[in-house]
Write a protein that binds this ligand. Sequence first.
Ligand SMILES: Cc1cc2nc3c(=O)[nH]c(=O)nc-3n(C[C@H](O)[C@H](O)[C@H](O)COP(=O)(O)O)c2cc1C
Length: 329
Amino acid sequence: MAIWEELGYHRGVKAESICGPLMLAPLAGYTDRAFRKIARECGADASVTEMVSAEGLARGGEKTEALLERYPGEDRLVVQIFAPSDDPVRRCMDNLLRHEPEMIDINCGCPVPKVVRTGAGSALMRSPGMIGRIIAAIKERTDIPVSVKFRLGWDDSSINFLSFAEEAAAAGASMLTLHARTRAQGYSGKAERSAFTALARHFSGSGIPVFGSGDVFSPEDAAELMDGCGLDGVMFARGAIGNPFIFQETRQLLESGSFTLPSAEERIATAIRHLHLAVECFGESLACREMRKHLMAYIKGMPGSSRVKAGLCTASGEEEMVHLLSQLA
Ligand SMILES: Cc1cc2nc3c(=O)[nH]c(=O)nc-3n(C[C@H](O)[C@H](O)[C@H](O)COP(=O)(O)O)c2cc1C
């Protein structure tokens, strides 16, 4: 039986839509379809797109629509949108539904000033009534499950994740994901694990799966969030960049109590496969530019990697990058 069935994911939600406890988190600039394919091949149960502007989608912007494209055969895709209010969400629904997402996630955590200034991302945590209206706008049109990814609160003096989650649940959210930092923390400081426990307890028995995000850098971190804090699942973010193996390692740890690390050969073979997929999806020039940050992460800490890193910074083509990477296998 799949882990998610054991966990009872089917309670209250469409089992085929919310597909397991080990998810690739939304990462702007990273979770394109090439990375999502690699993550799924390495054991992720589902993945989330980069955040997509509801306004951009409503206008049918080419770049925005491109973020929603799937790799051939991709399933279990959660599309994440950001919006300051229900109005652009209502207007984007035609275009959004054409992509047939398995789930729609609402970004209530982005700390970037450009986004927050408009009232979207983590700014939604300051007007919790709005999350209910956004969810309602989606539910007017579809019964695709809706999830919400949010933070502890705006800052230390306005921690409101529990009441915010209640608003979302009351409006019909099928899944909740807490990034256990405040907006003021950005991505620094430690994620607050006691908040995971509090949220998991609060929604225990509700049929709404509760996921956690924040400082999941190892299989042990993920296991601690699920077994220790009682979460139903985790989203892997920075911990999966250059390390998609973390999904299968975590599954092994949960199922058997131990896991094996990939060899240098496996690490490099996966990096090269990721590069090939990116070239297939985006063309050689763009893919090689975008893949630098991924490849640097794949080889981080490997013996001899500093020389290869320097080469990757100036390499312009796929062949040159493959040649450099192969020196580490
Ligand atoms: C480069 C980068 C891009 C991100 N993009 C998004 C995004 O588009 N949507 C979102 O909800 N969270 C986004 N996040 C937040 C992550 O999904 C995750 O919640 C956060 O990094 C905490 O997890 P970690 O400490 O394990 O990395 C982003 C984080 C980083 C570092």
